[in-house]
Design a protein around this ligand. Structure first.
Ligand code: 13P
Length: 247
């Protein structure tokens, strides 16, 4: 059985005042039947990790560099994420692939660095609307998966997040059949490459997940939780999604 995961990606949102939302979430969920993760902006990671220590909410970063230290102005290494109290790092999010030209090979190198630092890598894949309309979804996602996951991926150190680019922040969500088709294909590819470990790697869905649609999405086969953007910023909304995983 794969334990479900509710992961929040705050993206470039949040300053000190946002820590109160995390406090409220921790107070609302002293225990849960799923794992809970918040990935705040890098500036908040240390503070959030301190605030949430002793709670069951884990913290993580939204990116890391391939190197552990050095002359890379503005970047943060996996070792630094771990030092700041983070246990996870989101890698290859479509916004980084688009904004920073991140390739599968770079994402894979970052994932290797993350695993080397003892972090859990949350590796993101997903097609654009153009690719979906051209019938390329399975090929695109399969290619990203093959290129972005390191050979050392295991159920314990890696999570995959399927996020259709056109569903992110748009309020548009694929049909449950469409989600299921991609998640089933991802599962088959993980098992083909990693064997039993591949069967244990969690595959999250992301893209306009809300309290109102979470339960039906979590009912889809091979959906092991969600990577949530906008709705993770408010404790009530994220709590509603966590509740759907605890029903
Ligand atoms: P939204 O939940 O805001 O659509 O964002 C999804 C996402 O990109 C999470 O990484």
């Amino acid at each position: 059985m794969r334990r479900k995961l509710a992961a929040g990606n705050w993206k470039m949102n949040g300053t000190g005042g946002s820590l109160a939302e995390a406090d409220a979430l921790a107070a609302a969920w002293p225990q849960a039947a799923c794992d809970i993760l918040i990935c705040p902006p890098a500036t908040l990671l240390s503070r959030l990790s301190d605030r949430l220590s002793g709670s069951l909410i884990a913290t993580g970063a939204q990116d890391c560099h391939t190197a552990s230290s050095g002359a890379h102005t503005g970047d943060v290494s996996a070792d630094m994420v771990a030092d700041a109290g983070g246990s996870h790092v989101i890698l290859g999010h479509s916004e980084r692939r688009a904004d920073h030209g991140e390739t599968d090979a770079l994402v894979r190198a970052k994932a290797e660095a993350a695993l080397g630092a003892g972090l859990i890598a949350v590796v993101c894949v997903g097609e654009t609307l153009e690719e979906r309309e051209a019938g390329q979804t399975i090929d695109i996602v399969g290619g990203q998966l093959a290129g972005s996951l390191p050979d050392g991926a295991t159920a314990a150190n890696t999570v995959v997040a399927y996020e259709p680019v056109w569903a992110i922040g748009t309020g548009k969500v694929p049909t449950l059949e469409e989600i299921g088709a991609v998640h089933d294909d991802i599962r088959a590819r993980l098992v083909a490459r990693f064997g039993a470990e591949g069967d244990g790697i969690r595959v999250l869905y992301g893209g306009s997940v809300k309290p109102s649609n979470a339960a039906e999405i979590f009912g889809v086969s091979n959906v092991d939780g969600a990577l949530v953007g906008g709705a993770s910023l408010k404790a009530d909304d994220f709590g509603g999604i966590i509740a759907a995983l605890n029903a």
